[in-house]
Design a protein around this ligand. Structure first.
Ligand SMILES: [Zn+2]
Length: 218
């Protein structure tokens, strides 16, 4: 009996240690008959722009801000943006809807699938997003809460240990230009790591002679 217990424990440790490759959301049974749309822009961690539909926000989740006018760059915002970009940028994604098709800003509210990955669920399960349930779109609300509980329990992503200086806004510049950006800006993303200059405050960037980028308006 004791031996059986130890054996089960070993299996549990093994399964628990398989990491991000074994997320449930990555081996999803994607519903049939969904239409697919090309992603023409990744706006941030939970918003994309789709060909023909325009702006679309993922249902049931919320990722930290990367370019909010007052909140600035929130902790794990750039990572969430990057995760979303890695999943869907330039691809065709299959799109599902819930009871409420659009929000009051005219954005579509969607479930997105790429390959066998359920994007909304992945972002919660991997710790890039928090659950945000807005009725009447509650089809996967219970699942998302459960996945968030697992992400928390495993210290994934934003649930992990925070670096000491987290939560502060940061800005990026390049040694080769006089512009500074939000890290999520398409121009900031083009700065090679060895050329990157990081500023902790807007003032610091201005003091060093950098001017705000006209695209991302930091
Ligand atoms: Zn910029």
């Amino acid at each position: 009996m004791k031996r059986l217990f130890c054996f089960s424990l070993l299996i549990l440790i093994f399964v628990g240690d398989m990491g991000l490759g074994a997320l449930r959301s990555e081996a999803w049974n994607v519903p049939d008959g969904l239409q697919s749309y090309r992603v023409i822009r990744v706006v941030d961690g939970d918003t994309i722009e789709l060909e023909k539909l325009g702006k679309a926000r993922y249902i049931g989740i919320n990722t930290p801000e990367t370019k909010h006018p007052s909140k600035g760059v929130e902790y794990f915002g750039p990572e969430a943006y990057e995760a979303n970009r890695r999943l869907v940028a330039g691809k065709r994604v299959r799109i599902g809807f819930d009871a409420g098709k659009q929000d009051r800003y005219g954005r579509y509210l969607v479930y997105a699938y790429t390959g066998s990955t359920f994007v909304n669920a992945y972002l919660v399960e991997a710790g890039y997003a928090q659950v945000m349930t807005v009725p009447p779109n509650v089809q996967y609300a219970d699942l998302f809460v459960q996945l968030q509980r697992e992400a928390r329990a495993n210290g994934r992503g934003l649930w992990g240990a925070r670096p000491l200086d987290s939560g502060k806004s940061i800005y990026w510049g390049s040694v080769n230009s006089n512009k500074f950006h939000w890290p999520s800006c398409e121009w900031a993303r083009k700065i090679r790591e060895e050329h990157r200059v990081v500023f902790k405050t807007r003032q610091e960037a201005l003091d060093k002679g950098y001017t705000p980028c006209k695209v991302c308006k930091p």
